[in-house]
Design a protein around this ligand. Structure first.
Ligand code: ATP
Ligand code: MG
Length: 402
């Protein structure tokens, strides 16, 4: 009995992800199953070139995780001990990106690979804001350091296409198999450093069908407020990843379960308070999920136009009741909603323009019969393809029947 308890305690201690693991497990091909041919040719070539010049280079992060989980990766990240300047010097078609978090984009054929230099874990000298959010992250480190600063155990896997092995610092392969999302290090401290990790925990758990380890899950509700200090463009970027993950409906359900939706996506706060609005949002997201899964093109402009349409309608209604002339009142309502939301959500100017174009078509859809309606439908279709496809230009038609 005691021996059994001891064995269990040792297993738990071994399993606990610490930020200081320096000895990685070397996982052979037979256990992870990723043949080098499964990696994109661009990622392979990038690693080869770096290695040929004496640098370490691995495919890291989402791609390794997804391949082990049996999902086709959407893009590839490479980690190396070459500095951004050294990487840039080796690839003619490459550019340095970002100031505070410098990385290199390497173009290979039609692919863009994100190459980042191993970074050090944070210490007392790391620059942080008053809430503990890390502001700078450009101190280079060892491979072990780089693994420790990543968010989840399943994201700290390093695949070497040269020898087809995976370096696993934090039992990530076992966690993928056990369908558990675990934070590396102490979850509260890691969320404080970067609150976006809470959002990522929800998105990745939904995408991969994982359950969030209780230690990582329980602080989310109480720490959700920290999201407010994250710059809006950063939240918008992660929100776009979430909405176009192909699992937006599931993500949203999980966000609500974890108490993360309030303030996170103000437009959803507004819409979800109206029962009709919620069904409308869910339909729009389900249709986006379906398109993403079928590999069809999607458009952020169209999705945001849909999500915000109820707000435009109610603002428009108010203006009409106050004696506004329908079309000018609609244009004013559109501007008002977009101004307010763009600021809160950091919607880019380009997406804002697309949203307005789609809204501007809506009154014409009210005429649903005759030649005029047909002409409008065709016009909308042409516009959609110009925007790389959207579900349908008709937001009235997307409203669920009562
Ligand atoms: P996907 O690309 O499928 O959306 P991903 O995990 O690859 O998921 P990216 O944003 O591409 O997400 O990040 C690449 C890798 O960088 C992650 O796998 C993780 O190792 C690391 N990473 C990303 N964001 C963070 C973060 N906020 N904190 C720590 N590590 C991060
Ligand atoms: Mg990625």
């Amino acid at each position: 009995m005691i021996r059994k308890l001891l064995r269990r305690a040792i297993t738990i201690l071994r399993r606990a992800p610490t930020a200081s693991a320096t000895e990685p497990a070397l996982i052979p091909l037979a256990r992870h199953g990723i043949h080098r041919e499964a990696i994109s040719s661009g990622a392979r070539r990038t690693c080869e070139t770096l290695q040929k010049h004496g640098y370490k280079a691995f495919v890291v992060g989402g791609a390794v995780r997804d391949l082990i989980a049996g999902i086709v990766p959407k893009d590839y990240d490479i980690a190396t001990n070459a500095t951004p300047d050294q990487v840039h010097g080796l690839f003619r078609r490459s550019r340095l990106i970002g100031r505070r978090f410098q990385i290199v984009h390497v173009m290979q054929g039609g692919e863009t690979l994100e190459v980042s230099t191993f970074r050090a874990a944070h210490d007392a000298d790391t620059q942080k804001d008053e809430h503990g959010r890390v502001l700078r992250d450009n101190v280079w480190g060892s491979l072990a350091d780089d693994a420790a600063r990543r968010d989840f155990t399943i994201n700290a896997l390093y695949y070497d296409p040269g020898n087809e092995s995976v370096l696993d610092y934090h039992h990530g392969v076992a966690d993928i198999r056990q369908k558990t999302l675990r934070v590396i290090g102490e979850p509260r401290a890691r969320y404080r450093e970067d609150p976006v990790r809470m959002l990522r925990a929800v998105r990745l758990s939904a995408k991969l069908g994982l359950s969030i380890d209780p230690a990582a899950r329980s602080p989310i509700r109480e720490m959700a407020g920290l999201m407010e200090n994250v710059p809006a463009p950063r939240v918008f970027d992660e929100m776009l990843k979430l909405l176009f993950s192909g699992h937006a409906v599931e993500c949203l359900k999980r966000l609500r379960d974890e108490g993360l939706h309030h303030g996170l996506l103000p437009l959803l706060d507004v819409i979800m308070e109206q029962p009709m609005g919620e069904r409308f949002v869910m339909l729009a997201l389900a249709s986006t999920d379906e398109r993403v899964r079928q590999g069809k093109p999607t458009s952020p402009g169209f999705l945001f136009a849909t999500l915000l349409w109820h707000e435009v309608l109610s603002d428009w209604e108010k203006r009409k009741q106050q004696g506004g002339i329908p079309i000018p009142a609609l244009l004013e309502a559109m501007d008002a909603v977009l101004d307010q939301q763009s600021e809160k959500l950091a919607i880019t100017r380009r997406i804002g323009g697309d949203i307005k174009d789609i809204w501007a078509l809506q009154p014409r859809f009210e005429k649903r019969s005759g030649k005029m309606a047909l002409r409008m439908k065709r016009g909308a279709k042409a516009q959609e393809s110009a925007q790389e496809g959207a579900q349908s230009g008709d937001l009235f038609g997307a409203e669920p029947a009562e």
